[in-house]
Design a protein around this ligand. Structure first.
Ligand SMILES: Cc1cc2nc3c(=O)[nH]c(=O)nc-3n(C[C@H](O)[C@H](O)[C@H](O)COP(=O)(O)OP(=O)(O)OC[C@H]3O[C@@H](n4cnc5c(N)ncnc54)[C@H](O)[C@@H]3O)c2cc1C
Length: 471
């Protein structure tokens, strides 16, 4: 692929021939990048914000738990950046499949990759592929109504889920444990598709165990997420007091880190909790790592090895094994980014190699290629973290445009026209508004603010219906 379509020979960007930038991925990082590009007037720009889905917002729509409506409302703020005259949302276009990077580069002067990092990390243990073993990504995509969710596999797993083991102690692990533990009436007002609400209401969950391979002082969850477990209407949270007897290092850590101290205080409040007959339990269990998943046709149990934390804060196995019954195992041990065809990622970190957002190829900055968000720095931080991250990238892009490293090329074809000419069906912002209106209307039929449309067909049908009625 000729990466250097921009050879530095063209003129500086002007209002007549602005710097054309394609941002690939309309999640928070992509939207914040578009926002940073349009919030300056030193370099005239025109931004195409491309997403493979017909809807913007990335993991704000398909990751943040639907029982956290206030957190999901951040999309209203993100929407304001999309609705800018210099930004064009181009949804339903999968870069790499519908359009190669090489083709895309012929339409723009610069590309910012913001396509996220939402493939699950594996445990690398026996039994991981058995039915009944799901990645958190699978469950989250399903309950958020992602159109690519594997309904059959997830619903089969949820239907059998009497004893659930969630591996991992980050916020995503707590999200999935909490959603599974919620009483139906707690989930009923959410945006979850109806079939998800029905499947969760029918699921036979009796016990959920969340496994941390290190101690409570090393858990990655935040206090707010943790405390919520104690407020569940339909489940009792349990913690083994022995897991909270800390070694001196952990005590020091708690003294130095307020989040750790608060987390421990929250968990200590629960040590007197006892299971109540007929009420599901949600147990936090530390110093335990899965050694293998056991089962012939589907998961039946998890073999767990007791661990200890060494002087460097690492979990080391003690050889002490135990078998925990489990019909559903959810692996929540992190996310990683994968490459787009024609764009290498560092296999170890799962990110596009970069320096402050300037994408590197063979160790050197690649002209006109930039990166922001999870695919730049890995799957860490909250939505707002992507704002600073995208600003850093855009600052470098604008510096390159200002000092002449990045110049505009010759006349370029319009991306949307090219896509339409080859039979693609790009979804623009007005089209997405039709999807938005259809979701609000669907929600209203059951007294909800909105219900997520979860199928490609229904998403695109909403767009087509609006186009047909507009004539
Ligand atoms: C389960 C879960 C829950 C979370 N909950 C919270 C929370 O409560 N609060 C909080 O602050 N943060 C939360 N986060 C973190 C937050 O969602 C991320 O920080 C943020 O979404 C990362 O932004 P991003 O733009 O880099 O990636 P993403 O949000 O993943 O966006 C990437 C976009 O790229 C698109 N894309 C992918 N491939 C292509 C392609 N080939 N062509 C075109 N487009 C493509 C995707 O469709 C997607 O829209 C959560 C994350 C997860 C996984």
């Amino acid at each position: 692929m000729p990466h250097v379509t921009n050879d530095g020979a063209g003129p500086a960007p002007s209002p007549d021939r602005p710097l054309r930038v394609a941002v690939i991925g309309a999640g928070p990082a992509g939207i914040y990048a578009a926002d940073a590009l349009t919030r300056q007037d030193a370099v005239p720009v025109a931004v195409d914000l491309v997403d493979r889905l017909p809807t913007p917002f990335g993991l704000v729509r398909h990751g943040i738990a639907p029982d956290h409506p206030k957190m999901r409302a951040i999309r209203d703020t993100l929407y304001r950046s999309l609705d800018h005259p210099l930004v064009r949302f181009v949804g339903n276009v999968d870069v790499g499949r519908d359009l190669s990077l090489e083709e895309l580069r012929r339409h723009v002067d610069a590309v910012i990759y913001t396509y996220g990092a939402s493939v699950d990390r594996r445990l690398g243990i026996d039994g991981e592929n058995l039915p009944g073993s799901l990645a958190a990504t699978d469950l989250v995509a399903w309950y958020c109504g992602h159109p690519d969710a594997d309904r059959e596999r997830v619903e089969d797993a949820v239907r059998h889920a009497r004893s659930v083991v969630v591996v991992g102690v980050g916020n995503v692990a707590l999200d999935v444990a909490r959603v599974l533990a919620r009483a139906p009436e707690e989930l009923d007002p959410t945006e979850m598709p109806q079939h998800v609400l029905d499947a969760l209401a029918a699921s036979p969950v009796e016990e959920i165990t969340v496994l941390g391979r290190r101690g409570p002082a090393q858990a990655a969850f935040t206090t707010q997420e943790l405390r919520e477990l104690g407020e569940l209407a339909g489940a009792t949270v349990l913690v083994d007091p022995k897991d909270l007897e800390l070694e001196p290092d952990a005590e020091e850590r708690a003294a130095a880190d307020r989040v750790v101290a608060r987390n421990l205080a929250a968990m200590r409040d629960w040590i007197d909790h006892v299971p109540e007959p007929g009420r599901p339990t949600l147990t936090l269990r530390f110093f335990s790592r899965p050694a293998r998943l056991i089962g012939s046709d589907r998961v039946e149990a998890v073999e767990i090895e007791r661990t200890a934390v060494d002087g460097d804060g690492r979990a080391v196995g003690t050889g002490e094994l135990e078998v925990l019954p489990a019909d559903l195992v959810i692996r929540s041990v992190g996310y990683r980014g994968v490459s787009l065809p024609g764009l290498p990622v560092d296999e170890r970190t799962g990110t596009v190699p970069n320096e402050g957002g300037r994408a590197l190829r063979d160790g050197a900055p690649s002209p006109g290629e930039y990166v922001a968000g999870w695919i730049k720095r890995g799957p860490t931080g909250v939505v707002g973290t992507n704002k600073h991250d995208a600003r850093e990238t855009v600052a470098h892009l604008l510096a390159d445009a200002t000092d002449g490293t990045l110049r505009v090329g010759g006349p370029v074809d319009d991306l949307v026209q090219t896509l339409v000419a080859r039979g693609a069906e790009p979804v623009l912002l007005d089209d997405w508004r039709a999807i938005d209106a259809a979701e609000v209307a669907l929600g209203a039929t059951r007294g909800r603010a909105r219900t997520t449309l979860h199928e490609w067909d229904s998403l695109l049908a909403a767009v087509r219906a609006a186009a047909a009625s507009a004539g």
